[in-house]
Design a protein around this ligand. Structure first.
Ligand code: HEM
Length: 229
């Protein structure tokens, strides 16, 4: 074997060796359980506060009913923002596997919205349907909140694999764009409520976060699609 052939045969196995691929993000099944427990923590904390308040302990302040309604409203808006942050985050850090958590986060948003509505209906309205309906019609910020919650209903109801199959991906995606209306109505509801006391500091923070999350999507959509050469 001459030197040139020897060099070629020696180099061949090295050239055929596959290039090391970036390691995929390993999100074990336990991650979903951990997320589920973490998402339940605010609820558990508020439930503890409610129970202790009924036992006469002053853990929720002077007005426990108001504290519960407000805290559950806050968590609904926070979960909406967290759910909307999944897509930008997974694209920014290049981890598509994060999409696995979006459905659970969306359902927790709906859960906190329902708890918020239940707190209001029970603690503010004494579960009297007539009073609830009259209040929704009378106070515009309550009407806006109710519209947001009602819009979330079909999203929660179609968040399962069977519904995605039945609707088809295109129609399912179009329906789930309603989440943008939900977050804007939620923000308007919050703004309207706080405008009574001209207290806009927190509203401004949420507005900035929501503008960033929605603005990011607009920019991503406007960006030209790169074609493979
Ligand atoms: C997606 C739906 C909703 C979101 C995101 C939401 C969010 C919020 C937020 C952020 C607050 C203010 C909390 C604070 O001051 O820290 C709030 C307060 C409140 N919300 Fe909602 N809400 C929703 C739906 C509803 C519904 C359906 C009702 C009732 C029908 C409702 C009734 C109220 C009431 C009564 C307050 C407290 C007002 C006060 O203390 O004067 N909300 N909500």
């Amino acid at each position: 074997m001459d030197r040139a052939t020897a060099t070629l045969t020696a180099a061949a196995p090295r050239a055929a060796r596959p290039r090391p691929r970036p390691r995929p993000l390993r999100l074990r099944p336990a991650a979903k359980v951990v997320l589920f427990v973490v998402c339940l923590l605010p609820f558990a904390w508020l439930l503890r506060g409610a129970v202790l308040s009924t036992l006469g302990e002053n853990v929720l302040g002077a007005n426990p009913a108001e504290a519960l309604i407000r805290a559950t409203g806050d968590w609904t808006l926070r979960f909406l923002c967290i759910t909307l942050a999944v897509t930008p985050l997974r694209q920014l850090i290049g981890k598509p596997a994060l999409a696995r958590f979006r459905r659970m986060l969306g359902l927790f948003t709906f859960f906190y919205g329902c708890v918020h509505f239940l707190c209001y209906s029970w603690l503010d309205m004494g579960l009297v349907l007539d009073d609830i309906l009259r209040d929704i019609a009378k106070r515009p910020f309550i009407l806006v909140g109710t519209s947001a919650l009602l819009l979330m209903l079909p999203l929660a109801a179609t968040s399962f694999n069977r519904a995605i199959k039945a609707l088809g991906p295109a129609r399912w995606q179009a329906l789930h764009r309603a989440v943008y209306a939900v977050v804007l109505l939620g923000l308007l509801h919050f703004f309207w409520m706080r405008s009574a006391k001209s207290n806009y500091a927190e509203v401004a923070v949420y507005a900035a976060v929501i503008a960033l999350l929605l603005g990011w999507r607009l920019v991503a959509r406007a960006r030209p699609v790169r074609r493979a050469a």
